[in-house]
Design a binder for this molecule. Structure first.
Ligand SMILES: [Zn+2]
Length: 112
């Protein structure tokens, strides 16, 4: 059996911990930090954004159950990385710092 060695090694321009702005959908224009990458879906979980209501079952005496709000994944194409200097979503450029490739803002050149 041949195993796909590329599984889990997808490369994205954005990473966990990045500040991103939502480019489309109900939370368009809002910014937040990526808390989790959902590589299976090419999506990201952004802190406090794209909240959806979810029904939870009562599992114990203390557990209230009911409706909670959870962050739903946003597709990577729907978010843009925010440059701290420009404070808006920018296009990512790359440059080499020695032999290390770093991401930079295409507008102002600030490292992202
Ligand atoms: Zn910038």
């Amino acid at each position: 059996m041949v195993k796909n060695v590329n599984v889990g090694k997808k490369k994205y321009k954005i990473h966990k911990g990045d500040t991103v702005q939502v480019l489309s959908g109900k939370d368009k224009g809002k910014q937040g930090e990526i808390v989790r990458m959902v590589t299976k879906k090419d999506s990201v979980i952004v802190s406090g954004l794209n909240l959806v209501k979810k029904a939870v079952k009562r599992r114990s005496q203390q557990d209230q159950g009911g409706i909670i709000e959870v962050e739903a994944p946003l597709h990577v194409s729907k978010v843009g990385i925010v440059c701290k200097k420009c404070s808006r979503p920018v296009r990512i450029g790359y440059k080499f710092d020695g032999d290390k490739k770093i991401r930079v803002c295409r507008k102002c050149g600030e490292a992202l």
